[in-house]
Design a protein around this ligand. Structure first.
Ligand SMILES: *Cc1c(COP(=O)(O)O)cnc(C)c1O
Length: 400
């Protein structure tokens, strides 16, 4: 692991995640007592002498290869994920594409969950497949049966648990066991639960990626990604990462570090509000189904309870099928729920989703129109009223 600036390093192993979030990645003694690691802008780093330049021993030698503001974030995420190291990317998608590029080469076979984030599929189709990497999608509920799909040239298995549109929970320990000792990197997209509620490396994954854009940032104002690796895969990922020239702005890292300080409090609140609203929707006469892995009737609830210690802000519900004008009537007049991509901010969001286009290995069987919700920090009664009115507009337009 690289040498980080914080002297909280020595204490990190014995402290809990909330202490890690508040104390790591900053060292007031190094910055005139000011609490936070400042934004250090720069490309060129000046050397004192020819000998120092030649020694290669400087902690920072060039802006693309490291910077104290960026290291503040790396340090916190590495600790939370129980990882060996963390690399920063300019978006969640860039974290995923960099991780896949590091472990998949021409002639290799890779397995991608059918529930994976749609742009992950697009990267596989438009970059990996044309470069002669055999991409195969698998049923997210496959568990140990993934052993039937593993070939001698398989080099990566990508999981996303739960899927950010359909919320299938994957049996990561079973997948890891089926992988055994083979040189196959299991890459887990952990954006939904964050490392506070799910630790993929402890369950058998090798590489964890995050859309830091979502929960780490928490304010809908930065695009960011992280790649955390276990000891086995650090060098391989670092090699590809450096060669590709992937790097991030220290301004963005500063905002991510700031977001991380309140991650635990925000997640607790997101979790509670999302569950309250999910329960309320379950009892709503016009709602067909609520899809949230923390609800008892979710098909993967047992795996969820076994492997996760909490749940996120994001879940879905379905309404009986109705023509587009009902969806339009419902969404166009919402007062609080914003309509837009992404999630993870302080504000609530709703997104209509059509799943069919995003599937190839499995068929999405849920009937009706699906809406994905991100629950933010508005007053609960105001959110309920906004959603209730919206659902009633939908039903009225559809003549239910
Ligand atoms: C948003 C998202 C990404 C991509 O993150 P960007 O920062 O938008 O590139 C990846 N995975 C999941 C699960 C996401 O929700």
């Amino acid at each position: 692991m690289e040498n980080f600036m914080s002297d909280a390093d020595d204490i990190s192993s014995s402290y809990g995640d909330e202490t890690v979030l508040t104390h790591l990645g900053r060292n007031p003694k190094d910055q005139h007592g000011f609490v936070n690691t400042p934004v250090v802008r720069g490309s060129t780093v000046l050397f004192e002498s020819f000998e120092e330049l030649e020694s290669g021993k400087r902690q920072y030698a060039y802006g693309r290869h490291g910077n104290p503001t960026n290291d503040a974030v790396r340090h916190v995420i590495t600790n939370l994920e129980r990882a060996d190291d963390t690399f920063l990317a300019p978006s969640g998608l860039s974290a995923i594409s960099t991780a896949l590029t590091a472990v998949a080469h021409s002639g290799d076979h890779i397995l991608i969950s059918d529930s994976a984030y749609e742009p992950t599929r697009q990267f596989c189709e438009s970059v990996l497949r044309p470069n002669k990497i055999d991409v195969e999608y698998y049923d997210p509920r496959i568990g140990s049966r993934i052993s039937d799909l593993i070939r001698s040239n398989t080099t990566a298995i990508l999981t996303e648990s739960p899927g950010s549109l359909t919320f299938e929970v994957q049996d990561l320990p079973a997948i890891a066991q089926a992988r055994g000792n083979r040189e196959i990197a299991i890459i887990a997209d952990n954006s939904w639960a964050t490392p506070l509620y799910y630790k993929p490396l402890e369950l058998g994954a090798d590489i964890v990626v995050h859309a830091g854009t979502k929960m780490f940032v928490g304010h809908s104002d930065v695009l960011f990604g992280t790649i955390s690796t276990n000891e086995k895969w650090t060098n391989k990922v670092r090699g590809a990462y450096k060669a590709l020239g992937v790097c991030v702005s220290p301004e963005d890292s500063f905002l991510v570090a700031r977001g991380l300080r309140t991650l635990s409090l925000r997640m607790k609140e997101h979790q509670k509000r999302a569950l309250d609203l999910a329960h309320w929707l379950e009892g709503h006469a016009l709602v067909e189904k609520v899809i949230h892995p923390a609800l008892k009737q979710h098909p993967d609830h047992d795996i969820f309870m076994r492997d996760f210690t909490g749940s996120g802000s994001l879940f879905a519900f379905t309404l009986k099928d109705a023509p587009k004008n009902a969806v339009s009537e419902m969404l166009n007049h919402m007062r609080l729920f914003g309509m837009g991509y992404s999630w993870g901010g302080f504000e609530s969001l709703i997104l209509p989703v059509t799943i069919k286009q995003q599937r190839s290995a499995t068929r999405w069987k849920e009937e009706g129109n699906l809406f994905r919700l991100h629950i933010g920090f508005e007053d609960f009664d105001d959110l309920k009223a906004d959603l209730d009115d919206a659902i009633k507009r939908y039903a009225a337009e559809a003549n239910f």
